[in-house]
Design a protein around this ligand. Structure first.
Ligand code: CA
Length: 502
């Protein structure tokens, strides 16, 4: 028979046990900081001062790193523009979807309206959402008609407002689109695009620069290449100012995609010759200036503490033919020996680390302690991690490859290693498992000369241990045949399953 005292003790222990269960399962309190995702274009792992650059000065990026968390093993989901942007937005590896390669300016939107995207997810919990800068996810339906209302577009997949450059500067159309319309288009001079025209052919020149795809019409709407960075910075700052002016406590999300430092690299003359790493280095200076404008606005408006800023790049660095002369001669620009991808092997496009390992800095003064992190993270994880941050769950097939890495991203896991696996998408797929890296033999039988250069030539799988061999110089496949076999099977499994989210 229980005494009153022992009954009371039993009830007390029972209550404590119940509470401990609640504490164990309760998620951390949801938070709604403003979020700015700055996506640079083609900036490599070695291009910023805080990642070791010596010939290029990036005080604003470096300041962000000093006050934030700098990641040393962060990856773009792919080694080129469009698939990276697709995977960031949807949380799905782009290689699962045909038609997500580098798009022409006539491609329709490749993300179906109604899909869960980063902006759509944040809108659900009250965020005001905007995109400024390079889009390159297609617009309207193929072939895009730029002369009327363009839909579907960013406003149909989660953005409240958009000021975008439709594809990229090296291809047509060379105009800005605000929400659903080309800015400054004269209806009497409609835009017509011809992707049968190759870069360098007579019909490919717009404002004296050879582009992919010809453009006639839309003359009054043409952008000025050396003003692109200024326009993107001004539109970004204006977006932030409008959010503060609303004064209604709703947080905002800004997806800020610079054109710097993609070709054609035409930095404003105030940046010309400012670095010792050629026009490419000057373009990084232009990028850093943009970052400074945005961070300065946050300070001025007194919202820096409650704003989570991420700065990263859509793929690794590369030297290109940059002007008409180089395009004609088939030569590339010089950067005077600046190692744009630092110690990494390979460039943009490659499945070696130089293809996808990129700068990644996260600053959120109210919550994140400054430092560095070696956790393996990827842009593709933003969807799931931001869902958790804002108190949401992914269900069904939402973000099928997006991991919840919130503790790693916020530096709240002291020994956080991030992802268990990551598929790195270059011209072919490679697999990361911790610090091991598997590069399978190429399946492409007929490769272009360019792909030959960027991909390994060996017909055998290659294996690297990045902890001791960051430059991927020592192939260990022969020493570890079982690991190679297991990783090949894992890669096949991730492909066959259609999803990899835990
Ligand atoms: Ca890019």
């Amino acid at each position: 028979m229980l005494t009153t005292k022992s009954l009371r003790l039993l009830v007390l222990f029972g209550w404590l046990f119940f509470q401990s269960l609640c504490w164990a399962t309760a998620p951390a309190a949801a938070a709604q900081p403003n979020i700015i995702f700055i996506l640079a274009d083609d900036i490599g792992y070695g291009d910023l001062g805080c990642y070791g650059a010596k010939q290029i000065r990036t005080p604003h990026c470096d300041g962000l790193a000093r006050d934030g968390l700098r990641f040393t093993d962060a990856h773009a989901p792919a080694a080129v523009c469009t698939p990276t942007r697709y995977a960031f937005m949807t949380g799905e590896y782009a290689w699962r979807r045909p038609g997500t390669g580098i798009l022409p300016g006539t491609a329709g939107l490749i993300i179906e309206p109604g899909r869960t995207t980063v902006p759509a997810l944040l809108k659900r919990v009250g965020y005001q959402t905007g995109v400024v800068g390079k889009w390159h996810l297609g617009l309207g339906t193929t072939p895009t008609d730029y002369n009327g209302e363009i839909r579907p577009g960013p406003l149909d997949i989660g953005f409240d407002e958009a000021w975008i450059l439709p594809a990229t500067g090296d291809r047509t159309p060379c105009v800005w689109v605000e929400n659903r319309r080309v800015v400054g288009l004269d209806p009497a001079d409609p835009i017509s695009l011809d992707y049968g025209v190759k870069r360098g052919e007579p019909g490919s020149f717009v404002r004296g620069i050879p582009r992919i795809g010809g453009q006639t019409g839309g003359t009054a709407a043409l952008w000025k290449d050396d003003e692109i960075a200024d326009v993107i910075a001004a539109k970004s700052v204006a977006f932030i100012e409008r959010q503060v002016a609303r004064n209604d406590d709703r947080p905002f999300f800004l997806y800020l995609c610079t054109h710097d430092i993609h070709v054609p690299r035409v930095p404003h003359e105030r940046f010309r010759g400012s670095s010792t790493a050629g026009v490419r280095g000057d373009s990084v200076h232009s990028f850093d200036w943009t970052v400074g404008k945005v961070l300065g606005a946050l300070e001025r408006l007194k919202i820096a503490d409650d704003t989570l800023v991420i700065l990263t790049s859509d793929n690794g660095g590369v030297l290109d033919p940059n002007g008409p002369d180089e395009v004609n001669a088939g030569t590339v620009e010089t950067n005077n020996g600046h190692p744009h991808n630092g110690p990494l092997r390979g460039d943009k496009g490659s499945c070696f680390e130089g293809g996808t390992r990129v700068p990644f800095i996260l600053r959120w003064p109210a919550r994140v302690k400054p430092g560095t992190s070696a956790a393996l993270v990827c842009h593709i994880d933003m969807l799931h991690s931001l869902a958790t941050l804002t108190g949401q769950m992914l269900t069904g097939n939402e973000g099928p490859d997006s991991f919840d890495l919130l503790p790693d991203l916020l530096g709240e896991k002291t020994a956080g290693a991030g992802r268990t696996t990551l598929v790195e998408q270059g011209w072919m797929l490679a697999l990361r498992e911790g610090t091991w890296k598997l590069v399978p033999p190429p399946k492409i039988k007929k490769k272009t000369a360019d792909q030959q250069e960027k991909s390994p030539r060996a017909a055998q799988p290659q294996l690297y241990q990045l902890a001791t061999d960051l430059g991927e110089e020592h192939d260990l496949a022969k020493e570890h045949p079982e690991r190679v076999q297991r990783m090949l099977e894992t890669l096949e499994q991730i492909q066959a399953q259609g999803r990899s989210r835990p």
